[in-house]
Design a binder for this molecule. Structure first.
Ligand code: ADP
Length: 266
């Protein structure tokens, strides 16, 4: 999965990342579905262990262009996981109260506690993406944020949080297909946001903003992965593998039990 890692301190050329890529799996879609089910079960076991041990904290950051598949990824990758130990935090346009604070205030409040997995559906990265593209603050303000973000993520990882960040990489054609299918299907109209069409026109600006953000904030302690996301099944498979591998690496153990020898239940 290292091929999707954004190497810290190296230049990133997002255009070299193929949204249609599937180099890490040569089986069929059905084979992938089977592997995904196995990974789902393993993730469920690991999450129970994480919850029982109550020592580590897991933060998963999902960023994508509109229709990029954040919601579907959450549904598919975490299907089967006990909802008690997983929380999704979605970040929308900041409220007046949030805007009256520093931009990380609302983010820090949602960070995971011991034994918890939190998925950020959008995140503090919006403050160097949409905010930059729409000039919501001047360049000298957003330019400082990459360093703030690295320092903030360092604080979280120094205090027991594992951070994994995924950019779901689709292309303009795929977005068109997905928008069109929302338009064609009345049951999906609720997902169709007319504002997405204006954002679509700014695609190159967003790609530039993503490229800078990923390049400047992929660190060895909080890495970014660029996930080929035109194929939903491949996206889910790759993300599941990375999360499972990362949790396996924590070498978690169930807490030692009390001595239960001779315990009798009446
Ligand atoms: P989603 O597209 O994630 O399913 P919405 O359709 O409600 O959810 O969109 C949320 C909107 O909030 C997005 O357009 C996003 O760019 C915007 N947003 C999130 N964070 C910020 C921020 N810090 N500043 C401005 N806009 C933001």
């Amino acid at each position: 999965m290292k091929s999707y890692l954004v190497q810290p301190d190296k230049k990133l050329d997002l255009s070299k990342h193929d949204p249609d890529g599937r180099s890490q799996f040569d089986g069929s879609k059905d084979d992938a579905q089977q592997e995904l089910e196995t990974l789902n079960s393993r993730l469920s076991e690991l999450q129970e262990l994480l919850y029982a041990e109550s020592k580590h904290r897991i933060l998963i950051v999902l960023q994508a262009m509109d229709t990029g598949g954040k919601d579907g990824t959450i549904r598919r990758v975490f299907s089967g996981v006990n909802p008690q130990g997983v929380r999704v935090a979605s970040f929308k346009v900041p409220t007046p109260e949030e805007l009256a604070h520093d931009y990380l205030w609302r983010i820090h409040k949602q960070a995971p506690g011991n034994g918890e997995i939190v998925i950020f559906n959008r995140s503090h990265y919006e403050d160097v993406l949409v905010v930059r593209v729409h000039n919501l603050v001047p360049p000298e303000v957003w330019a400082k944020r990459y360093q703030h973000i690295n320092d903030f993520e360092r604080l979280l990882t120094d205090t027991g949080t594992t951070i994994l960040k995924f950019f779901l990489n689709i292309d303009l054609d795929e977005q068109k297909k997905r928008l069109q299918s929302r338009l064609d299907n009345p049951d999906k109209h609720w997902k169709f946001n007319i504002g997405d069409l204006a954002e679509r026109k700014r695609w190159p600006d967003y790609m530039q903003a993503y490229q800078d953000a990923l390049e400047k904030t992929s660190t060895d302690y909080a890495p970014w992965y660029v996930i080929p996301a035109n194929r939903k099944w491949y996206r889910d498979l790759v993300i599941s593998r990375i999360i499972v591998e990362s949790l396996e690496g924590l070498n978690m153990k169930y807490p030692p039990s009390e001595n239960l020898d001779g315990v009798v239940i009446d």
